[in-house]
Design a protein around this ligand. Structure first.
Ligand SMILES: [Zn+2]
Length: 390
C-alpha cells in the first residue's frame, strides 16, 4: 500500500470505529503524522530537551506516564495470578515441544496462543514473548513457527499469542475495537506474568520480539515494564510514522496537553536493557541508521551501554520478518538470554530445516472438543461495559 492510501485507510479506520468518543482528536498521532523532514527536526527538538541522565529520566518518566494514561492502563482492574491456564495437545518434535495454550487475561477474556519449549529443559529457562503483526491468522504462519521452534530448541520457553480480533481472539467484535491498544498491551503483560509464574522460567532472562504491529506491542510493553529484559522490535520504529492501525495509534499515547513524543523515544525507554532494532530500506524504517538509531544510542550512552543497543539494517529488503531478520534475532537472543546456540546447526547461519511446520488446525486452542469457555464475554459492548473505563 502506498503512503497516500495508507493515510486514507488509517483515517477512515479511526473515523468508522468511533475513536473520537475515546480520545481527543488533536491528541492522536496517526500513521504518517510527520514527514521524514519534519521528523528529523522534531528529533533535534527532543534531543535539546535533555543533556544528561537525570534530564533524560525526567523526560522518560513523562513519556511513560503518557503511554499509561493515554491507553488507560491505570484504569484496568487489579488482577494478580488467576491465569486459569489450559494447556492442550502436547507434541514433541526434533529438540522442541509444541503445545496449545489459553490463559485468562481478565475474568471472561481469554488469550489464545502456542507454547514452544525445549525437549531437554534446565531447571530454569529463559522465555520469549512472540507478538505478531497484521494479517489474517498470523499466529499460525511459518514465521511464528520457525521463531518458536528455533528459540525453543536453543533452550527458551516461547509463547506466540494472538492479537485481539485475529486468529482465535474473537471475543472482540473486530480488531478495530477502539481500545485495541489497551487490550493488546494488557494481554502481553498477562502473558509475561504467566511466564513469570512458571517455576521453570528464569525471571532475569525474558525477551520479547515481533515484526511490524508485533514490534509496536514489543516496544510498548518493554517501555513500561522492565521485566522484559531483552527486546527485538522488527521493522516498525520510525521517527515519522506512528503506526497505521487503531491498535498502535488509536489512543493518545504519543501526545498530551503536556508532552509530545514518538516511537523512537518510546523504544529508547528500554535503556539500558539490550535491544536489537531491525530495519529495512523499503518502509518507514528506511532512515533508521541515520535518524532513529543514533538517537536511541545517545540515550544508551547515558548509561554507558552503547554496546547493548544494536541496529541491523537490511537496505535491500522490505517490510517483513523474513529469514535474514530472524537469523539476527536468534543470535541476539542467544547472546543476551544465554541460549545454547550449539543445539542448532549452522549453514552458514542458523538453520531452520529441522522445524516441522504444522497446519493451522493443529495449533488451534478451540476445537469441537474444547470450545471457548462458557463465561467468555462476547462483543465490544460487553467488554467495554466490563472494563468501565472513564
Ligand atoms: Zn492493529
Amino acid at each position: 500500500m502506498n503512503r497516500f492510501l495508507l493515510k486514507i485507510w488509517c483515517l477512515s479506520l479511526l473515523i468508522t470505529t468511533g475513536i473520537n468518543s475515546y480520545a481527543q482528536d488533536d491528541m492522536l498521532c496517526v500513521g504518517y503524522h510527520w514527514t521524514p523532514d519534519e521528523a528529523n527536526l522534531k528529533m533535534k527538538e527532543f534531543a535539546s530537551s535533555w543533556h544528561d541522565r537525570q534530564t533524560w529520566e525526567n523526560r522518560a518518566d513523562m513519556i511513560r506516564e503518557g503511554i499509561i494514561k493515554g491507553m488507560k492502563l491505570d484504569q484496568m482492574p487489579e488482577i494478580k495470578g488467576n491465569f486459569n491456564a489450559q494447556i492442550t495437545n502436547t507434541r514433541e518434535f526434533d529438540g522442541y515441544i509444541v503445545e496449545n495454550i489459553r490463559i485468562e487475561s481478565f475474568p471472561g477474556f481469554y488469550i489464545t496462543g502456542n507454547i514452544y519449549r525445549p525437549s531437554n529443559p534446565k531447571e530454569k529457562n529463559p522465555a520469549v514473548l512472540c507478538a505478531h503483526g497484521h494479517g489474517e491468522n498470523q499466529r499460525f504462519k511459518e514465521t511464528r513457527q520457525y521463531q518458536g521452534a528455533v528459540l525453543a530448541r536453543m533452550g527458551a520457553i516461547v509463547i506466540a499469542y494472538d492479537m485481539v480480533g485475529h486468529g482465535e481472539s474473537h471475543q472482540v467484535t473486530s480488531h478495530s475495537i477502539p481500545v485495541a491498544l489497551l487490550l493488546q498491551t494488557w494481554n502481553s503483560r498477562r502473558v509475561l506474568e504467566y511466564l513469570l509464574s512458571r517455576p521453570d522460567v528464569d525471571p532475569e532472562r525474558i525477551g520479547m520480539t515481533g515484526g511490524s504491529g508485533g514490534a509496536t506491542q514489543t516496544f510498548i510493553l518493554a517501555a513500561i515494564d522492565d521485566r522484559i529484559k531483552v527486546s527485538v522490535p522488527c521493522v516498525q520504529i520510525s521517527a515519522h510514522f506512528f503506526g497505521g492501525c487503531i491498535c498502535e495509534s488509536g489512543m493518545p499515547v504519543h501526545k498530551s496537553k503536556n508532552h509530545q513524543t514518538n516511537n523512537v523515544e518510546i523504544a529508547a525507554l528500554c535503556a539500558p536493557r539490550p535491544m536489537l532494532v531491525i530495519s529495512n530500506g523499503n518502509d518507514w524504517t528506511r532512515n533508521t541508521p541515520q535518524i532513529e538509531y543514533p538517537y536511541i544510542q545517545k540515550v544508551y550512552a547515558l548509561y554507558d551501554a552503547e554496546h547493548k543497543v544494536e541496529n541491523t539494517h537490511f537496505q535491500a529488503e522490505k517490510h517483513d520478518y523474513g529469514y535474514s531478520k530472524r537469523a539476527v534475532m536468534y543470535n541476539f537472543f542467544a547472546f543476551h538470554l544465554k541460549l545454547n546456540s550449539g543445539r542448532v546447526t549452522w549453514s552458514p547461519t542458523v538453520s531452520e530445516d529441522f522445524v516441522t511446520i504444522l497446519p493451522e488446525s493443529q495449533l488451534r486452542v478451540y476445537t469441537d472438543d474444547n470450545p471457548m469457555p462458557s463465561d467468555a464475554i462476547m462483543g465490544d459492548d460487553a467488554i467495554m461495559n466490563y472494563l468501565n473505563l472513564k
